[in-house]
Design a protein around this ligand. Structure first.
Ligand SMILES: NC(=O)c1ccc[n+]([C@@H]2O[C@H](COP(=O)([O-])OP(=O)(O)OC[C@H]3O[C@@H](n4cnc5c(N)ncnc54)[C@H](O)[C@@H]3O)[C@@H](O)[C@H]2O)c1
Length: 269
C-alpha cells in the first residue's frame, strides 16, 4: 500500500482525501494531512475513516511515499524540494509556485529515483501540446476569461488599482507571458504554468486574462501552432462549489492523476 499525505485540506485536498479512501482504497492508505489552518485539517480528519494523522508538513513528507501538495503557490516549491530530496513522489497542484524551477526539481527527481506529477488541472490540450513539443512549436497562447470576483485579491489587480466592481462589459486585465502572469495572479492562472512546462516555457507562452461580468463559467482557450499544424482547445469550466477560483475540472484532474499514477494502463500522451 502506498502511503499518501495531503498538504492543504481545502477544495482539492478534501476530494483527494475522499478518493484515497473510496476509489483507491485497494492501492493507497491516506496516512496524514497537513494544513496551515489546523481547524481545516481537523474538520477534514473528522470526515474520514480511518482517521489520518495531522502532522506538520515536514513530518508528513518524511512519513509518506506520495505527497500531494494542494495548498498554496507560496510553499509548493519548498514542499516539492523536500519531498524529492527524500526520494518521495510528489504531485503539485500550485504549479505557479514551481514555475522556473522545474529543471532543478526534475534533476532532483532523477537523482533520487522519484517522480514529480503535475496534473493538467483546469485546462484541456496538454496532451496535444506534449506531443507537439517533440517537434517544433512556434506559438502557444492562452486566453482566460473568469468572473471578476475571482480576481479581486490578485497582486496584479491590487498593484494597478484595478476596480472590478460594477463591471458592465469584459475587461482585459493582463497581457504578457506566463512568467509574469503567475506572479500577478498566483491563485488564478496555474494553467498557464502547466502549459508552459508542457510546451515552450514561461517566457514564450503568451497569456491574456479577461474579467467577464455575468459569466458563470471559467473559460480557457489554448491556441498552439507548430510544425505539426495547429490546434485550438476551449474549456468551459464550472467553478467548484467551495472555491470559485478553482474549476471543478481541476479537482477531477487531480483525482484522475492519482488514478494514472496507480493504474497499470496509462491512456493519453
Ligand atoms: N493546477 C491547477 O490547474 C489548479 C487549479 C485549481 C487550483 N490550483 C491550486 O491548488 C491549490 C489548492 O486549491 P484549492 O482550490 O484546494 O484551494 P483552497 O483554498 O480550497 O484550499 C487550500 C488549503 O490549503 C491551506 N493552505 C494554504 N496555505 C498553506 C500552507 N502554506 N501550508 C499548508 N496549508 C496551506 C488552506 O488553509 C486551505 O485549507 C491552490 O494553490 C490553487 O491555486 C491549481
Amino acid at each position: 500500500m502506498i502511503k499518501v499525505g495531503i498538504i492543504g485540506c481545502g477544495t482539492i485536498g478534501k476530494e483527494l482525501a475522499k478518493a484515497c479512501q473510496k476509489k483507491f482504497s485497494e492501492d493507497v492508505t491516506l496516512e496524514a494531512l497537513a494544513d496551515v489552518d489546523s481547524a481545516k485539517a481537523k474538520k477534514l480528519q473528522k470526515e474520514l475513516k480511518p482517521r489520518p494523522l495531522i502532522l506538520p508538513y515536514d513530518s508528513l513528507v518524511k512519513r509518506c511515499d506520495l505527497v500531494i501538495e494542494a495548498a498554496s503557490a507560496h510553499n509548493s516549491y519548498d514542499i516539492a524540494k523536500k519531498a524529492l530530496l527524500l526520494g518521495k513522489d510528489i504531485m503539485v497542484m500550485s504549479v505557479g509556485g514551481i514555475l522556473g524551477k522545474e529543471k532543478e526539481l526534475l534533476n532532483m527527481a532523477r537523482a533520487h529515483h522519484c517522480c514529480l506529477y503535475i496534473p493538467s488541472g483546469g485546462v484541456v490540450g496538454i496532451d496535444g501540446l506534449k506531443a507537439a513539443r517533440v517537434g517544433k512549436i512556434h506559438r502557444v497562447t492562452l486566453t482566460t476569461r473568469k468572473p471578476p470576483q475571482g480576481f479581486e485579491d490578485a497582486p496584479y489587480v491590487i498593484k494597478h488599482g484595478i476596480n472590478l466592481k460594477n463591471l458592465k462589459e469584459e475587461k482585459v486585465l493582463f497581457e504578457g507571458n506566463a512568467s509574469a502572469a503567475v506572479k500577478g495572479f498566483p491563485k488564478n492562472i496555474n494553467v498557464s504554468a502547466t502549459l508552459s512546462m508542457a510546451g515552450i516555457g514561461p517566457e514564450r507562452t503568451k497569456v491574456k486574462i479577461i474579467a467577464c461580468p455575468h459569466m458563470l463559467v471559467n473559460v480557457h482557450e489554448v491556441y498552439v501552432v507548430g510544425d505539426f499544424g495547429s490546434f485550438y482547445a476551449r474549456t468551459e469550466n464550472f467553478p467548484s462549489e467551495q472555491n470559485p477560483k478553482t474549476s471543478r475540472l481541476a479537482v477531477l484532474s487531480a483525482v484522475a492523476t492519482l488514478e494514472r499514477i496507480l493504474k497499470n494502463v496509462k491512456i493519453g500522451t
